[in-house]
Design a protein around this ligand. Structure first.
Ligand code: GLN
Length: 545
C-alpha cells in the first residue's frame, strides 16, 4: 500500500514549496524508496495551458502531453523521472469532471456538494496517481497557502485521507516563512504559529515544519516553533536561502529530514546523495563563464523560461562553466541594432513563444547569430524564426514568414499542417507531448545525441512547410531530424555555421542537472569554444536519453 506525504504552505507564497517537495522526493529516492509527486493546484483553470506566462510562468509539458504547472519541471529534474498527466490536478479539472457527471445524470437526483463529491473526486485522483506510479510514497504538494478559499477542498481531502489511512501511512509537511524585523534584527515565528493554527482548524496537525528564512535560524527559534506548534523539535527544520536550488536536498538531508520522514513512515534506507553532491560541487566551482542571450517576450519574468534557464545551468555543469544569461527583450531588437544588444555574448537562444510581439526582433537575433557565427539554439518558435530568417536572407524570399504572423505571406515557410494539405480550417489543436524523431547521420544533432532515434516533447501548432524544403536545403539548411516517416521536420541546422540549430520540440523539458540535454550541452560547448577555446578540464560529460 503506498504512503502519502502532503506538503502545504503557510505565511506567504513563493517560499520554494515546489523545490522543497522536489528535494524531499530526491532524498527519499536516493534512499531506495520509490516515489512519485503530484501537484494539487487550487485555481479554477482546467490547466495552465491558457494562462499568460505573467500569471503562471512556464507551462511544463509532460511526456503524455499534459500542460502542467512549472513545479512539475522541478519534480522531474530533482527525482529524475518522467511524470504524467495524473501528476497534475487542478480545481478546474475536479469541478469539470464532477459537473460533467452531474449533467450526464450520474448522481441520480442527488445534491452535488463540495463534500463528498469534490473531495471524493480529488481523493480518487490522489489514489489513482499512487496506483499508476506504483510507488512506495506519493508526495502531494498543495499549491497556494493554507487559508486560500480555493484550496479548502484539497485540505479537507487531505484531512479525510489522514483519517482513513493507517497512522504511519500519511505525513503532513508544512512549509512556512520566518520574516525578519529589521529594527530589532529578529526572526519572527508568529506568522508560522498562525499558519499552523489555521491548518489545525481544518483538522490537520503538521508532522514536519520546514521554516524557510533568508537568515540563519537559531535552535531557540526552532524550539519555540516546536513548542507552540506541537511538533517534535527534530521535525522543525530550518531552510535558509542558498545559492543554488540543487543544494536544497543536501541541506535538508543533513538536517535530518530524510531520517525523520522515513522513521515516521516506517521505512528505511541509507543516505546516498554522493552523486548529487558531486554535481552540486561542479555547479558551485565552474572553471569559467560563458554568456548566453535569451531573446524572448517575457524576459523580465524568468519563470516564463524556467526550463530553459535550468537546462542552461545543467549544460554549464556538464561543461564545467557557469552560464550567465543575458535576458534580451525581443521587441527592442526591432528598433535597435542587434549588435547593440547582443555584442559580447557567446551564444543566442530564441525560446518558444506565441504571437506577433517580438517576432521580428527574434528574426534579427537569428540573423545576427547566422552572420557573426555565434552559436544559436532555436527552441520551437526559435526554429521557426531560424528557418524564416534563412528563407528571407539566404534563399531570396524576403516576404517569407510563418502564417501565425502573416496569414497572407506569399512564402509561408512555416504553416499549419492543414494549410499544407490545402485545408482552410485553422481549428487545429496543439501538438502536445512526446513524439519520436529520427536523426540524420553525421548531423550536429546525431552527434550530440549519439543515437539515431530520440523522443522529445512538443507544444505547438505550426510546422515547417515541406513545400519549401527543397529550396531551403538547396541553400544549406539541413533537415537533421524528422518524424520517422519523414513527414514532419523536427530539427534543422545551418550547414555553413559552427552551431546553428533549431528544434520544433522543447528539449529543455527533458534536461536534468545530472543528465544535461545533449543539444544544450553541445550548444554551451560551442559557446565555450567561441569564448576562447575549451579549457582542458571542461570536457563535456553526461547527457543522452
Ligand atoms: N507559436 C508557435 C506554434 O504554435 C511556436 C510554439 C512554441 O514555441 N511553443 O507553432
Amino acid at each position: 500500500m503506498p504512503k502519502f506525504i502532503f506538503v502545504t504552505g503557510g505565511v506567504v507564497s513563493s517560499v520554494g514549496k515546489g523545490i522543497t517537495t522536489a528535494s524531499l522526493g530526491r532524498i527519499l529516492k536516493s534512499r531506495g524508496v520509490t516515489v512519485s509527486i503530484q501537484k494539487l493546484d487550487p485555481y479554477l483553470n482546467v490547466d495552465p495551458g491558457t494562462m499568460s506566462p505573467y500569471q503562471h510562468g512556464e507551462v511544463f509539458v509532460t511526456a503524455d502531453g499534459a500542460e502542467t504547472d512549472l513545479d512539475l519541471g522541478h519534480y522531474e529534474r530533482f527525482i529524475g523521472q518522467d511524470l504524467s498527466a495524473s501528476s497534475s490536478v487542478t480545481s478546474g479539472k475536479v469541478y469539470l469532471s464532477v459537473l460533467e457527471r452531474e449533467r450526464r445524470g450520474d448522481y441520480l437526483g442527488g445534491t452535488i456538494q463540495a463534500v463528498p463529491h469534490l473531495t471524493n473526486e480529488i481523493k480518487q485522483r490522489i489514489y489513482a496517481a499512487a496506483d499508476e506510479a506504483k510507488c512506495d510514497v506519493l508526495i502531494c504538494e498543495v499549491g497556494g497557502t493554507v487559508g486560500d478559499i480555493e484550496g479548502e477542498t484539497f485540505i479537507e481531502t487531505i484531512r479525510q485521507i489522514r483519517h482513513e489511512q493507517p497512522r504511519n501511512n500519511v505525513l503532513s509537511v508544512h512549509v512556512t516563512f520566518l520574516p525578519m524585523v529589521g529594527a530589532t534584527h529578529e526572526l519572527k515565528t508568529k506568522p508560522t504559529q498562525h499558519s499552523v493554527r489555521e491548518l489545525r482548524s481544518k483538522g490537520i496537525q503538521p508532522d514536519v515544519i520546514l521554516a524557510r528564512s533568508d537568515h540563519t535560524v537559531s535552535r531557540d527559534i526552532l524550539d519555540k516553533i516546536a513548542l507552540f506548534c506541537d511538533v517534535d523539535p527534530r521535525a522543525v527544520i530550518p531552510m535558509e536561502t542558498v545559492a543554488s536550488i540543487y543544494e536544497v536536498p543536501l541541506i535538508l538531508e543533513e538536517r535530518g529530514l530524510g531520517d525523520y520522514v522515513l522513521e515516521r513512515l516506517g521505512l528505511s534506507g541509507p543516505r546516498d546523495l554522493d552523486e548529487w553532491r558531486e554535481m552540486v560541487e561542479r555547479l558551485k566551482h565552474p572553471a569559467g563563464t560563458v554568456e548566453v542571450a535569451v531573446a524572448g517576450k517575457y524576459v523580465e519574468l524568468h519563470d516564463a523560461y524556467l526550463s530553459v534557464k535550468e537546462a542552461l545551468a545543467h549544460a554549464g555543469i556538464a561543461n564545467n562553466v557557469e552560464v550567465d544569461i543575458r535576458w534580451v527583450q525581443a521587441e527592442l531588437l526591432e528598433t535597435r541594432p542587434a549588435a547593440d544588444l547582443l555584442a559580447g555574448v557567446q551564444g543566442i537562444i530564441v525560446p518558444g513563444g506565441f504571437g506577433e510581439r517580438g517576432w521580428e526582433g527574434k528574426i534579427a537575433a537569428a540573423n545576427y547569430a547566422r552572420e557573426t557565427g555565434i552559436p544559436y539554439l532555436g527552441l520551437c518558435l526559435g526554429m521557426q524564426v531560424m528557418v524564416t530568417e534563412f528563407a528571407r536572407n539566404v534563399c531570396g524570399l524576403p516576404a517569407a514568414n510563418t502564417t501565425e504572423i502573416d496569414p497572407e505571406s506569399p512564402h509561408p515557410v512555416i504553416s499549419l499542417l492543414e494549410e499544407q494539405m490545402g485545408i482552410r480550417n485553422k481549428g487545429g489543436t496543439m501538438r502536445l507531448g512526446q513524439y519520436p524523431c529520427a536523426l540524420g547521420e553525421g548531423s550536429l544533432a546525431a552527434e550530440a545525441y549519439g543515437t539515431n532515434l530520440v523522443f522529445e516533447r512538443h507544444r505547438h501548432r505550426w510546422e515547417f512547410n515541406n513545400a519549401y524544403r527543397a529550396i531551403l536545403e538547396g541553400h544549406g539548411l539541413r533537415v537533421s531530424g524528422t518524424s520517422p516517416d519523414g513527414a514532419l521536420v523536427e530539427i534543422s541546422e545551418i550547414s555553413q555555421h559552427p552551431f546553428m540549430l533549431g528544434t520544433q520540440f522543447h528539449p529543455e523539458l527533458q534536461s536534468r542537472p545530472d543528465r544535461p540535454h545533449p543539444l544544450f550541452r553541445d550548444f554551451v560547448r560551442a559557446a565555450l569554444r567561441l569564448a576562447g577555446g575549451l579549457p582542458a578540464e571542461a570536457v563535456a560529460v553526461g547527457g543522452g536519453q
